[in-house]
Design a protein around this ligand. Structure first.
Ligand code: DLL
Length: 446
């Protein structure tokens, strides 16, 4: 019996090495449990935060006997990370560290994320796997237009793309005209960038007299690092005539390569051999069922330097209950709806900026950018939506412009249940970004 189990264990490990994506569900869960036990043991002994948190919940690592026992471990939050900046969550000796990344964020202390060589290799391997899943390979020329430096979108993705055998052009974010030149000279076939930068890139190409569809060899886009709607995805695919894949990740879990779309493009496969996922109700903290929308919580079972358990990502999504047609057993999450703290309340109605985007980007007359501004007028909160619309509306009759304005207002009201002020503006007049967009401005406190 023992021998049988040992053999089975060896088979699991061998199969994981051979093809980590396509194990059976049972194997995958066994792997997860093994990883969870190991990592619980490590953090309990090496990270004071976890020792205290486990003790406060009356749990010891040896109490984790099956996957549902994960629920006995307390959550880790962004505030916990920030409060123990910079080294408070370290589970490996300083001498074993090879890299620091930080999360993007404009306020307060950043969240520092540390990597050992094994962590870097693991992160790169997940990117390689994701890239291969989209059908890309050594014939491709890959231009990485994410910022290099502390942001993970540059370096982490870069390493994975090299491992997949792609020719990598480390363009970084910005210097757009020069990058367009590189794309033409080296026949770039794949771009990695934020959706808002993709829309800006098209504008620059057009300003230079180039057609994004016909004057380039682009065939695949990897889009991520910020929430965007299906409508924006479609718009980008159409402007460039490419296949665009949604890529999700966060610095605290390596950066990109946590979840990625396959060719079916229905949700993103979350790499469950590295991360255990749960969806919780952000208010009650109760674990929700597959299909129910809530906050994504991740436990990293393969990270060495800083493995976080039950980390509240703040991102809203749901798990697809049915298996993917592609045959992969890693379950899928739906497009990220936004962050829990992005939601605002306007006259008693809960609103996500993604709802506004979904409406706007689904309208053919609407251009490539918009802004949501919240203001307080005479004690009442108001939402103003500034929308770039096609140039022809500013050249035609005033009635056309007025009609478009009231159409947009009505559609937004139907989706959001509140009536916003709508201001139509000419193309390219709102601020552009080469990284994560800031389209939501809350002026209510001022
Ligand atoms: O944005 C890592 C990344 C780089 C992901 C490149 C994808 C591509 P952070 O700066 O720590 O890391 O920001 C993480 O960005 O919690 C989400 O709120 C948001 N986010 C990331 N990917 C997506 C996506 C990187 N595909 C935060 N859709 C996350 C929606 C996303 N939001």
């Amino acid at each position: 019996m023992i021998k049988e189990r040992e053999n089975e264990g060896r088979t699991i490990v061998r199969r994981q090495k051979e093809n980590p994506e396509c194990l059976t569900r049972g194997c995958l869960e066994e792997l997860q449990l093994k990883g969870l036990k190991k990592v619980s043991e490590r953090v309990y002994h090496k990270v004071l935060f976890y020792k205290e948190a486990f003790r406060a919940n009356g749990v010891k690592p040896e109490d984790i006997k099956n996957l549902p026992d994960l629920k006995r471990i307390p959550f880790t939050t962004r505030e916990d990370l920030r409060a123990r900046y910079p080294y408070g969550f370290l589970a490996s000796p300083l001498s074993s560290l090879v890299r620091l990344h930080t999360s993007t964020g404009t306020t307060g202390k950043p969240k520092a994320v540390l990597f050992t060589q094994k962590d870097i290799d693991q992160a790169a391997q997940l990117i390689t796997r994701s890239i291969k899943m989209t059908g890309a390979g050594p014939e491709d020329v890959f231009q990485n237009m994410m910022s290099y430096g502390l942001f993970t979108g540059g370096l982490i993705f870069h390493y994975g793309a090299e491992r997949a055998g792609l020719l990598v052009i480390p363009g970084g974010a910005g210097n757009t005209e020069r990058q367009i030149g590189l794309m033409r000279d080296f026949s770039t076939t794949i771009l990695h960038l934020t959706p808002s930068y993709a829309l800006y890139l098209a504008e620059v190409m057009e300003r230079l007299g180039l057609n994004p569809r016909d004057d380039f060899d682009l065939r695949i886009f990897y889009l991520g690092a910020e929430p965007y709607s299906e409508a924006t995805n479609r718009k980008i695919e159409e402007i460039f005539s490419v296949d665009a894949y949604d890529s999700y990740g966060l610095s605290e879990m390596n950066g990109p390569g946590v979840a990625f779309q396959c060719k079916q493009k229905e949700g993103m496969h979350l790499w469950e051999d590295n991360f255990i996922m749960e969806i919780i109700d952000p208010e009650t903290l109760e674990v929700l069922r597959e299909g129910e929308e809530g906050e994504l919580v991740l436990s990293a079972i393969n990270r060495e330097a800083m493995p976080l358990l039950r980390y509240r990502t703040g991102d809203l999504t749901s798990i697809y209950p049915e298996p993917c047609r592609c045959g992969r057993i890693h379950r899928r999450i739906s497009r990220i709806k936004g962050r829990v703290d992005d939601m605002f309340v306007l006259r008693g109605v809960n609103i996500f900026p993604s709802g506004v985007e979904r409406v706007l980007m689904g309208l053919p007359e609407v251009g490539r950018n918009y802004q949501i501004i919240l203001e307080r007028k005479g004690g009442l909160d108001e939402m103003r939506v500034k929308v770039e619309v096609e140039k022809r509306f500013f050249r035609g009759s005033f009635q056309d412009l007025e009609k478009l304005q009231s159409d947009i207002k009505a559609k937004l009201k139907r989706e959001l249940l509140v009536t916003p002020q709508v201001e139509l503006v000419e193309p390219t007049t709102l601020p552009r970004t080469t990284g994560k967009a800031k389209r939501f401005i809350d002026n209510r406190e001022i």
